[in-house]
Design a protein around this ligand. Structure first.
Ligand code: DC
Length: 217
């Protein structure tokens, strides 16, 4: 399977930016699976659906229309590209993503997009659950301090009240939840190439991945 490249890793590991640039370089589509969980979280908040209400969540996930076009994301016709990138939706999406009914609902959508063409897909379980048969699988990591700093730089543009300490605390909480949940937790498997991006520029990270991919063709 040469046409799907998976990149998994924790928040702030740089996998989103790396995946997007890599996709451009290769002429592949890019799928940010975290945005799908963020979209569901956004809709749940919008409709005041409790995360304990499995029936309502099942209905929500079964009926949500997520549209991905040119790097923008819309939920039921509303462009939420910017709105889903807040600390609040980040936290809510991590909670939402631990719910099995939500993961099951988003599985086919992700799988179908991958099967349609050549895709760089990134998230927490893309190489383990969504496309385990991919030939090129990567796990991107970085020290928690650096990841928090990167996330803080993004978040402070939207939320001037955010602090580095709070961002670090949130990242640790999300790391713990995303990697210990029962259903498709964030895991590094032996068939993934591990890259530690601490101290590397995004171009250096992309170059490392690109070289591995190119040598596999
Ligand atoms: O990568 P991100 O911060 O946009 O992801 C938001 C949340 O979505 C993350 O905390 C966990 C969840 N997620 C997931 O469970 N599985 C994925 N493949 C991608 C994201």
């Amino acid at each position: 399977m040469k046409d799907v490249i998976t990149i998994d890793g924790p928040s702030g590991s740089g996998k989103g930016t790396a995946a997007r640039i890599l996709a451009e370089k290769l002429g592949y589509e890019y799928l940010d699976t975290g945005a799908l969980y963020r979209a569901v979280a956004w809709k749940a908040r919008e409709e005041e659906v409790s995360l304990d209400d499995e029936t309502a969540l099942k209905h929500l996930v079964g009926n949500i229309q997520i549209t991905l076009t040119d790097g923008r994301i819309a939920v039921d016709g509303v462009d939420v590209t910017s709105e889903i990138r807040t600390a609040e939706i980040g936290e809510l999406s991590s909670r939402v993503s631990a719910i099995p009914i939500v993961r099951a609902g988003l599985f086919s959508l992700q799988r179908d997009i991958c099967l349609q063409g050549r895709v760089v897909i990134e998230g927490r379980d893309t190489g383990t659950t969504i496309f385990p048969e991919a030939k090129n699988k990567f796990y991107l990591d970085a020290g928690v301090g650096e990841r928090a700093r990167r996330r803080y730089e993004e978040l402070k543009l939207k939320d001037p009240g955010i602090t580095l300490e709070k961002t670090l605390e949130d990242i640790k909480k999300r790391d713990e939840r995303d990697s210990t949940r029962q259903n498709s937790p964030l895991t590094k498997t032996g068939d993934m190439i591990y890259i530690d991006s601490t101290g590397l520029s995004i171009d250096e990270v992309v170059e490392k991945i690109f070289e591995r991919v190119r040598s596999s063709f």
